[in-house]
Unconditional design. Sequence first.
Length: 468
Amino acid sequence: MIMSRTEAAPDQALGDLTERLLAGLPAEAVLTDTDVTASYAHDMASFCPAGTPAVVVLPRTVEEVQHVMRTATALRVPVVPQGARTGLSGGANASDGCIVLSLTKMDSILEINPVDRIAVVEPGVVNATLSRAVGEHGLYYPPDPSSWEMCTIGGNIGTASGGLCCVKYGVTAEYVLGLDVVLADGRLMSTGRRTAKGVAGYDLTRLFVGSEGSLGIVVRAVLALRPKPPQQLVLAAEFASAAAACDAVCRIMAGGHVPSLLELMDRTTVAAVNAMAKMGLPETTEALLLAAFDTPDPAADLAAVGALCEAAGATQVVPADDAAESELLLQARRLSLTALEAVRGVTMIDDVCVPRSRLGDLIEGVERIADRHRLTIGVVAHAGDGNTHPTVCFDAADADESRRARESFDEIMALGLELGGTITGEHGVGVLKKEWMAREIGPVGIEMQRGIKRVFDPLDLLNPGKLF
C-alpha cells in the first residue's frame, strides 16, 4: 500500500521529516526528544492552547532556514517561528506536528555603522545586547520592551513591540529600515533599504513588522539608530485619584512637553509593589505618575511638569537630582508586574491602547470590572501613549476564578474598543486575541488580511492559526 504523509504512521512521518531536515542541518540543530521539544511548545501567555511539535530546529545560517522551509513545503508541515518565547499572546505557541523554528542561535550583530546610523543584526540578537553594543559607539536603539534583557530583535519585529520610551521615540516599526526574509517556499527576499530615505514600491518591510511570523521568516534586519541621549532624570508624582493623574498626563501632553518616559501605576499596583518590596510608598496613594526627560536641561523640564502635576492635584511631587535617584524612583515601575503576579500566583496581562484623553475612563472602567468579577486587577500604563496593561491576578487552580479572569479580560478589551482604542498596542494578537481582532478591523479587513497571507503563504504553513 502506498500511503500519503497524512495517512502514514506517526513514527514513519516523523522519521521522514527528520531525515529530510538532517540532510541540510547539523545533527545538533535538530531536536526530537519529546521532553526537550515540549519545552518549546508555548510562550508566556495564559489561556492559549499549544500543540505538540514534531521537531525543534535551531538553525545558525540563512541557508539552513531556507532548507527548513523547503522541507516544510515539500512535506506540507507547518512551521512556527520562535524567538525567546517572552510573548504574551500565544503567538509563538506550537501547533500539533509542526516544526518549531527557533532562531535564537542566529544571534550575531553583523554591523554597526555610526555614519549611516544603522545596525545590521540577525533575529536572535537580544534587545539589551544590541542596546549596549551600539551605546559603545555613542548610539542608541530606542525600542525597550520590559523583557529587553531576554527578548530578541526577531521577536520584537514579529510583534511590533514597544516599551517605556515609546512616548518620545516610538515603537519597533519606526526603526526597521530593511529585512531579509525567507519565504514559505524557501526563497530569500530583501525588503526596504539601508538609506535614510526610500520609497521604491510598496512598503513590504512594514508589512512584515507585526506579522507574527505568518508571512515569512526574518533572518536579517537593518535597524535605524539615534545619537545616544543625555542621562535622563525622573520625577515621581503621587495623586489622590487616578482621574487626577490622568488629568496631569493630558496637561503634560497638551503643554507640548516631550518626556522620554511617562508611566502610571494605579493604587492596586502601588499596593502590590509595597507588599512585595517594602518601598514605603504612602498607603494613601491612589495613583503614581513617573515622568522622565533626557533633554539638555532635564531639571527645568521636570520643574515644569511638576507644576502641571500640582495643578492637576498631585499630593506630592518628588524630582530626582541625579541618575541614582532616578533609578530608585523607577524601581517601583520595574517591579510592577512581578509584584502583581505575587498577589494570586498567575496573571493575564492585557495591552489595550486608548487615546490619551480616554485614559482615565479606561482605568475607572477596569476598576468596575474588577469589582464586578471579585478580582484583583492592577493597571500599569505607558501613559504618554495611552497603552495600558491591565493585569488580572487569579488562582489558576480555581476553575471559577479562572473563568472570571478570562471574562474580565474580554470585558477590558471591549471597553478599550468602546473608548476608541485597540485591543493590542504592543503584545500582538497571537491566538489570545483572534476573536477580538476580527471585531476591531471588521470582515472586510479580515478578508484583505487573509488575501495577503495567501500571497506569501498559499499553503498556510507559516504559524497557522494565529491572528485570524
